[in-house]
Every structure is written in structure tokens, then in C-alpha cells.
Design a protein around this ligand. Sequence first.
Ligand code: C2O
Ligand code: CU
Length: 579
Amino acid sequence: MTTGSLLVADLVIAVLAAAGWLGGGAASAVRRRPLALGLAAVALLATLARAVTITALARAGWWFAAEKVLITGPLSLAAVGVAGPRLLRVPGDIRAVSVPLFFAGYATSGALLVTILHGYPASAGAGLLAVAGVVAATMISGRALGARPSRTVSRVALGVAVAALVTGTGLTVAPGAAPAVPHDHGYPVARIADEPTRRFTLTAGSVTVDAGGRNVAAWAFNGQVPGPELTATVGDVVEVTLRNRDIGRGVTLHWHGYDVPNDQDGVPGVTQAAVRPGQEFVYRFRADQAGTYWYHTHSASDVGVRMGLYGVLVVRPGPVTGLDVTVPVHTLTGRPLPAPRVEPVEAGVPVRLRLINTDSTTHRYALAGTPFRVAAIDGVDLRGPTPLVDTALLIPAGGRYDLVFSAPATPVALFVDGRAVYSTGPVSTATGAWPVLDPLGYGATAAAPWSRFDKTFTLVLDRGLDLRNLLPRYAHTVNGAADPDIPPQVVRRGDVVRFTIVNRSQIVHPWHLHGHHVLVLARNGKSAAGSPLWLDSFDVRPGEVWEVAFRADNPGMWANHCHNLAHADAGMTLHLMYS
Ligand code: C2O
Ligand code: CU
């Protein structure tokens, strides 16, 4: 069983336990004896079963189980300890077991709420708040059912409530307030003299575009979605003038995966001010990484990218040989882009397909009709990629795969989530059952460049209740905190930095660090075995633990966030900062 499915199983059992106890309490209150006993028995079994799931989760990693061991454990023991003996000696009037059953229900629900609303790391405040809630709810139920609580119980309850109020702020306040990300306006444009310069102008504006035969409202660069494809040759200087015609939320250009100098990175409020309607900003950087990249607005990035403010950036090592096709996949108001393209090609022509996922969720790609190699991932060439046949690829949000093959005499077709997007002729192949490539075992290995790390950071991804401007929100969190309260990771230039990224939530988080490619060291405790993988976007699935590392060689203040941009907006963004 994977840790991801264990997390789900544990949650389902926890809900079952809480519902069983509460239902049993309610049934006994109205003297439905068999129903009450049945529900209580289910609850008892479920509560005991959690000993198994919680132990297994703790073995998978303390991050997955901390609050379950420290808070759920004691509360579940209390539930079983109070309700269990009553169930063994059921009195004549079933109503007498009602309050103990309610108590067990509140205890298990309280623990469940701690997991759902607070998560990792466990805190004394959260535990006490849960206990206070359980005691208060039990007392109210007791009153309502005409049972009178003992003095001691009331005193203990009062004490716990006070302690909870004193420490319980831990539920909403981030561990250690984060130093504010510096806001500074008036950024110098890097000037590089005398190099061949590729100049582009991108004007952002709201337009109506055709998406799959239907007119939809969009935000576009130069009136088109995706924006113009920017190409350069290694060594060129790329100079892009960004203008904003009428996008009220502001616009910037972020060069996704391109490790530009910090002041060209396009993150509003961090590396520049957002470009407002009527304003412009000039980006300039040297194209010294070959490969497939993309650009997108980073101002109100979730809605901005979704509405169409993105495009392709391809940097080639030299002149194009053969057929070189970019396939930027996007969903525009529910319509999949790009429109299918059919392009016959002569046998023997070398073909490179540059697959780009510009959406916020994973897509599944399948190339039918030819063996192919994955030549590069996230712009970086793989070492010794072997030919693949009938193998699907999962590309995370923001990620890119370059596929190469020599055109066969018969047609080939690229399917994205089952839809033919690019083909050289008619192909009818069912690709849905193909196995998926695991890039961690693909290609030829090489010795790791580092064996020791100057800094190690752990990022535990989860959800939790957070207060933002005094309004509660169910945020996507890192180490229990949400943007802007996540402390930045401080490194020194030259440090070799390691990240452990743990996903204890029920959803995929495509992780993306700006300004650096990270080398994958291991996933779920298993070392990466194939070609070195230098990624800028990778899916951390529920229950997964990734170990990645990079050299801190690009000073500045860098966004480090989930590339499901709705999650990034809802708290899952922090910063890497050079001291
Ligand atoms: Cu492609 Cu900060 O994002
Ligand atoms: Cu996410």
C-alpha cells in the first residue's frame, strides 16, 4: 500500500469512527438500542483499526503521523477507555450510555479536525484546543440529556479551556513570523553590450480568441493564445519589451525554467513591480541554456495564465535540423489547446516534439506509431536515453519533455489525455492502457556531483486553516503556514542545498523553484537510478517524499512554490533568499 492510499484509508476510517460514535450516542439518546449498539461496535472497531494505519504512516515518515500519534492517539484512547467499558456492561436503559458515546464521538471528531484544519507540525495549542472542545461539547450534551457533570470534571474542563486559549493561537499563527519580502521599485535593466540581440515586443490585452471553434474571452500577448513563440540561439541576448494595454490585474513575464538573473525573473512584489495598464518593462538576459521553456505572467498568475498570458521560449544550440515542433498544451475556458495539427513528413526526417504543459494539473502524453527517446526534460538533456515504445508520459504542471525520433514511413500521432494533438497522418491506436515512464529510472546514471550538503530544508505540504486579513481560509500550507507567513529559506552563495519535500495532503503538488534547476536525489527513500534529472517542475504526489538538491549559484530572492497556481495563490508559496 502506498503512503498516499494509506493517508486516504486512515481518513476514511477516522470519519467512520467519529460518525459511528456520534450516531451511537444519538441512537441511544432516543433509545434505539440495536442501532446504538451496532454503530458503537463499528466505531470501536474503526478506532482500534487506526492503531494500524497510524503506525504504518509513522513508519513511512513522522511528517505523515505526528499529530495522529501525539493528539489523535491519546484522544482515541480516551474514547475507547470511556465508552468501551460501558458497552461491555450495557445497562437496562440504553440512554445511560449516550453521554459516554457522545464523548467518544467528540474526542475522535476533535482529533480529526486537528488533522484536517491544522496538520503538520503538531502543536500543544492545537491539542489543547481539541481537548477543550471535546470537554465543552460533552458537558453541553450531558446537560441536554439531563446528566449532571461532577465538580472535578468541570474544574478540569475549565483548566484545559484556559490553557487552550493561551496556547491555542498556535492553530492560526505561523511558526516564527516571516521577515517581509522586500518591496522595492525602480529596477535597473541589466545591460549587456555588443551581443547579437533578439528583440521582441509582447503586448498584453484582453481579446476574444477562437478556442476549438468557439469564441472565448481571453487575455493574450499580441492578440494570440498562446503568445508568440520566442526563439533564440545559445549566446544571443534576448530582449523583450512587455507592454500592458488593459490588464487591470497587472502583468509580468516570468521565464519558467530559465535561470535568469534575479531582476529579470518577473515576480511582482519580489523582483519588480507589476506592469500596470499603459506601462511597460524591458527584460534582458543572455540565452545561455538551450532547451524548451515557456514564459507566463506572474501577476495574479492563476487567473492570468489560465486566461492565456503564456507562450513558448525555445533556445536552440544551432540551426534547426529536421522537424522541430512545439506542443504547448493548455486549457482555455474548458477548451483544450492547441487545435489538432496534421503535418505529413517524409520518412527518415529527424523530428523533435517539444511538449509543454502550461496548465495547473498533470497531463498524460502518448506518442503512437514510432519508437522515440526522451531527449530532454525541463530543458536539460538526459544522459543515454533509450528508445521507448508504447509508453505514456506524465508531464507535471509547468514541465517540458522533448521527444525525438526519426520519422517512419507510416503515420505517427501524439495524444494528450486521449486526444490527438499532432500527427503526420491518420493513426488509430488505443493508448489508454500504456504503462507510464518513470523518469527516475530512465537513461544512463552518472556519479552525483555532491555528497554533502551545506543546508537542508524540509517542506511539508498540506492544507490548514489560516487567517488572512482576519478572514479564515482553508489554505494550502507549507510546514503549517501559508504565504506570506512561511519563513524564507536563507542560503549563502555557493551552498549546496537539499530540499526534502513531503506531501501529506490528498492532492498532487507540482513543485517549482525559480532561478535554479534541482537535481533529483531520491523519491520515497529510493535513490534516483537513471540519467541525472535536473528539473524545475516535478509532481509530488500524495504520500510522496522527494529529495532534491541544487547549488545556490544565482543570488537573489526567488519564489519557490506549487505550480498548481490556484494552490500557489492559496498560500503554497515561499521564498529562497540569499544572505
Ligand atoms: Cu511558472 Cu513561479 O512560475
Ligand atoms: Cu499544489
